[in-house]
Design a protein around this ligand. Structure first.
Ligand code: F3S
Length: 655
């Protein structure tokens, strides 16, 4: 008899968390109700001083109480608070989701229907959270009894089967005027049920280990019975005897989410110790599918004879050793080599036919399952082009990569990948079915690498620092610059000091540019760049030519109520305030100045920060007159000496 196990069995993560938290809470703490549906586990907790109570009133104030994964009613939370109890809440996330979904539906005005078992504590707690009027159905008949034409919101007990949920939801939909369905079945339950189906299809007897009181274990037994002629539902090894397994060739074993592994192990140990596993001489019987370990003792006619600790040696042919097209078995194996293999045949004399190819496939299956579970990257080698993608090998077995998953961008010629090795991620895996399905993606790996690269780049970018990049795209509002894996936007306004109408006037696609990083928003993946600030401000360069007190020629560029703007050159412009146009009060500026008129102005102030320049026509005029008078005096020395000593010229012309 061959024993096979479900690929998904034993404690689910919700139960694991509950048990771990209970053990952590230590002796002296309580569980409200049985922590899980398994008496053996409850007994073990009691031995450790963690006691089950049925009411919070039996617990001394200040004690620790564990609220189990099934969830508790709002009333119990309130009682715990009033009684000053320390609540260790291990309500499973999936159960919380069911409670929240029910509350949401009720808030939206739906009459809530739970598909599940009315008496189950999880359902009782959900009902308490959702409120009065919540209905529970488990059969088509119960749905038929519901009033028609209502607004129904449907959720499921987390351990409900997919089939039941689909059937009853559809029936409710037919009855309701409006319906909203939220599937709250937990994913652990779905995976476990799917694995039980696969197991039941392969076995002629299935043992389901767990409590009859556990909803998820009961469902496993029901599901297995749909695919396998014989299902044995037991809680402990004591309920099993050899007679029950009579005639079984392939025995499948699975267990519920609240069944501890050690209970399953006890059952397996008991089965393996049964007489049916031994020959009359006390040697162990061989069964098809058994995995054996042995040592090659001789090689004849391309067959290796392997000592598998049995009365006769196992035989391993070249085809069962490797899939490689070889002629000579000794090119791969020698006497004394250790080998693992699967028994694929037993002749009438009890001699075993071994297969290492099958063993390698089993190992590969396990590695693939583990890689999928841990989201690991694995190495694949492309072996050829096939319809819709490429074929490849992973862990020595064949797999498929769809064309759309070969690269980040569309691949035109798939043949360029043949012979290439790269990392991939599993996107679909079914190694249990006869036709294995292993679908891989290189794109997922590249996407992840790109994201990691982007994240590290975002972390490295510093505002105000200079980076070089390549112009990757030009738009009407700016240019995108590739900074080595991430694109930043150089807005048209940040390209140059002068007004830029079209980014293409400044940059071309593929140009290498140095840019300043001015803003980084890693969350929204936005980088803002600046090219302008890396160049000297031409206004400042021009303004360098001017000093306060200097008299320069300018041209009136604009006339306002408060004064006139005068352009000193094509960049620098200053304001002549109305009070600085003339010593006399200027009533109407346009009567003394006109646009385009050349004027002499004195620079009164230059503010480089605001780029504002104050000018004065009056002061320039006064200074000019002063100059002229000085020059005149300089020509007439004597006059200058005699008059100059008597008058203070500054009083005449001002400073
Ligand atoms: Fe939670 Fe699902 Fe287990 S609801 S407790 S993960 S069976």
């Amino acid at each position: 008899m061959q024993i096979i196990f479900s690929t998904n069995m034993g404690f689910c993560h919700g139960v694991k968390k509950a048990v771990a938290k209970a053990l952590e809470s230590g002796s002296g703490s309580y569980t409200l109700g049985s922590l899980i549906h398994n008496q053996q586990m409850v007994d073990k907790l009691r031995e450790k001083g963690i006691t089950k109570v049925d009411s919070l009133y039996g617990v001394a104030s200040g004690s620790k109480v564990i609220f189990r994964s099934h969830g508790e009613s709002p009333t119990n939370y309130a009682i715990a608070q009033n009684r000053n109890l320390e609540v260790i809440d291990v309500t499973c996330d999936f159960v919380k989701k069911a409670q929240d979904s029910g509350k949401l539906l009720a808030k939206e005005g739906f009459e809530v229907i739970i598909i599940g078992d009315d008496k189950h504590p999880e359902v009782t707690a959900i009902k308490a959270w959702v409120g009065n009027g919540t209905k529970v159905v488990r059969t088509v008949q119960e749905v038929e009894e519901l009033p028609s034409g209502k607004k129904y919101g449907v959720i499921a007990q987390t351990t409900c089967t997919d089939d039941l949920f689909a059937t009853l939801s559809k029936k409710i939909e037919e009855k309701a005027e409006q319906v909203k369905i939220i599937n709250t079945i937990c994913s652990a339950t779905k995976q476990r049920q799917q694995a039980a189906i696969e197991l039941a299809k392969k076995a002629d007897t299935v043992i389901v280990v767990g409590s009859q009181g556990s909803a998820n274990t009961t469902h496993l037994a029901e599901i297995a019975a749909q695919y396998c002629p014989k299902v044995i539902f037991i809680e402990t090894k004591d309920e099993l005897d050899q007679e029950m397994l009579k005639g079984t060739k392939v025995l499948g074993i699975t267990s519920g989410a609240s069944t501890p592994d050690w209970l399953v192990q006890e059952i397996v140990d008991k089965i393996q110790g049964m007489d049916m596993f031994f020959n009359q001489d006390g040697s162990r019987k061989l069964f098809l599918g058994d995995i054996v370990e042995g040592v090659v003792v001789s090689i004849r006619d391309n067959i290796a004879f392997v000592d598998i600790n049995h009365k006769s040696e196992g035989m391993l042919s070249l085809q069962d050793l490797s899939l490689l097209p070889l002629d000579d078995i000794t090119s791969l194996i020698s006497v004394d080599d250790k080998i693992n293999a699967v028994i694929v045949g037993i002749d009438k004399d009890g001699n075993a036919k071994l297969s290492k190819v099958k063993y390698d496939a089993l190992v590969a299956d396990e590695k693939l399952k583990k890689a999928q579970e841990n989201n690991e990257k694995i190495e694949a080698i492309v072996t050829g082009v096939v319809k819709g993608g490429v074929s490849c090998q992973v862990f020595g077995i064949n797999a498929f990569i769809p064309a759309s998953h070969l690269d980040l961008n569309k691949v035109e010629d798939l043949s360029v990948f043949v012979g290439k090795k790269f990392l991939v991620q599993i996107i679909e895996l079914d190694v249990e079915s006869q036709r294995k399905k292993i679908v891989l993606s290189r794109r997922e790996v590249l996407k992840q690498e790109k994201q990691e690269h982007e994240q590290s780049l975002y972390a490295k970018l510093k505002i105000g620092e200079k980076y070089s990049g390549i112009v990757s795209r030009l738009t009407s509002f700016g240019a995108f610059v590739d900074l080595g894996g991430v694109d930043g936007l150089l807005h048209v306004a940040d390209m140059a000091w002068q007004k830029v109408k079209n980014p293409e006037d400044i940059l071309k696609l593929g140009d290498k540019v140095e840019v300043l990083v001015q803003k980084v928003d890693a969350l929204n993946k936005k980088i803002s760049l600046n090219l302008r600030d890396l160049q000297q401000d031409p206004w400042l360069v021009n303004a360098e030519k001017y000093q306060v007190g200097q008299i320069v020629q300018g041209k009136v560029s604009k006339i306002m109520k408060f004064g006139a703007f005068v352009a000193l050159d094509n960049l620098v412009e200053g304001l002549v305030h109305v009070s600085e146009i003339s010593d006399e009060h200027t009533q109407n500026i346009e009567s003394v100045l006109e646009i385009g008129q050349e004027v002499k102005v004195m620079i009164l102030a230059i503010d480089k920060k605001t780029k504002k320049v104050s000018l004065s026509i009056a002061q320039a005029k006064k200074e000019e007159e002063k100059q002229e008078f000085s020059e005149f005096l300089g020509d007439k020395d004597e006059f200058s000496n005699s008059i100059g000593s008597k008058f203070d010229l500054t009083k005449l012309f001002g400073k």
